[in-house]
Design a protein around this ligand. Structure first.
Ligand code: DGP
Ligand code: NA
Ligand code: NA
Length: 216
C-alpha cells in the first residue's frame, strides 16, 4: 500500500572490477533498464572528475600533477564523501543508486602500491553508505588485454592491475559485505541481463533494511 511505498528506500549497488571489465557500460545499461521498468535509479561514477577535488584527481591520473601517495588516497576518499549527503537523500527518496567504482577501488589501488596496510587504506572510507550489493565484474588478464591496450593514465599497466586484482580478492573475504562475482567475459547483453536480475533481487531485499555504514 501507500505507507509501504513511502518507506521503501533505494538500494546502493556498487560495480567493481579490473579495468576494461565493462563497469561503466554495465552501470549505464543497468540504470537505463531500471528506469524503463519504472524504478527510479541514478548512476554515479567515482572518481567524479567534475568537482574541485575531482579535478585534482584527474590531473594526478593524467600525470599532469604529482601528489604524494597518502595525499591522493585521501583525495579519492574525500571525492566519495562529498557525494554522501546527496546519495543518502536519493536512497531515502527511493532512488536506487548505482556507483561505478567505490571504496573498494580506493583500497585496492593504494594497497597495490605496497607499503600501505589494509587498515590504513580502509580508514578514510569507514562509515560511507554501505553498498547493499557489490557486483564484481571478473575478467582474466588475458581477456582484458584482448579488449585493447591501456591508455596513458597512471595505474594503467598489467603488472599494477594484477596487484589491484589480488587486493580485490582480499577485500572479498569480508563476508559482512554482499559480494557477487559475475563473469565479465560474457556478451554485454548476457552480462546486462544477469546484473539486472541480481540488482532487482537486492532491491526487493532492502525494502525493510536500514542503510548500513561501511566497515563499521
Ligand atoms: P576510471 O575513471 O574508473 O577509469 O578510474 C580512473 C582510475 O583511477 C582507474 O585506474 C582506477 C583509479 N581509481 C579509482 N578509484 C580510486 C581510488 O579511490 N583510489 C585510487 N588510488 N585509485 C582509484
Ligand atoms: Na582508467
Ligand atoms: Na569504467
Amino acid at each position: 500500500g501507500r505507507a509501504a511505498m513511502a518507506a521503501r528506500r533505494g538500494a546502493l549497488i556498487a560495480l567493481e572490477g579490473v579495468d576494461r571489465a565493462g563497469k561503466s557500460t554495465q552501470g549505464r545499461r543497468l540504470v537505463e533498464a531500471l528506469r524503463e521498468a519504472g524504478h527510479p535509479a541514478d548512476l554515479l561514477r567515482f572518481p567524479d572528475r567534475t568537482t574541485e577535488i575531482g579535478q585534482l584527481i584527474s590531473s594526478y591520473l593524467g600525470r599532469e600533477k604529482n601528489l604524494e601517495d597518502h595525499t591522493i588516497h585521501l583525495l579519492f576518499s574525500a571525492n566519495r564523501w562529498e557525494h554522501v549527503p546527496m546519495m543518502k537523500e536519493k536512497l531515502q527518496q527511493g532512488i536506487t543508486v548505482v556507483v561505478d567504482r567505490y571504496a573498494f577501488s580506493g583500497v585496492a589501488f593504494t594497497s597495490a602500491k605496497g607499503n600501505f596496510g589494509l587498515d590504513w587504506c580502509k580508514q578514510p572510507d569507514v562509515g560511507l553508505p554501505k553498498p547493499d550489493l557489490i557486483l564484481f565484474l571478473q575478467l582474466n588478464p588475458e581477456a582484458a588485454a584482448e579488449r585493447g591496450n591501456f591508455g596513458q593514465e597512471r595505474y594503467e599497466t598489467s603488472s599494477f592491475q594484477e596487484k589491484v586484482l589480488q587486493c580485490f580478492y582480499c577485500l572479498m573475504e569480508d563476508k559482512s559485505l554482499n559480494w557477487k562475482t559475475v563473469d565479465a567475459s560474457k556478451s554485454i547483453e548476457d552480462l546486462h541481463r544477469e546484473i539486472k536480475s541480481i540488482a532487482k533481487e537486492t532491491m526487493q531485499e532492502v525494502q525493510n533494511k536500514p542503510l548500513g555504514e561501511l566497515w563499521k
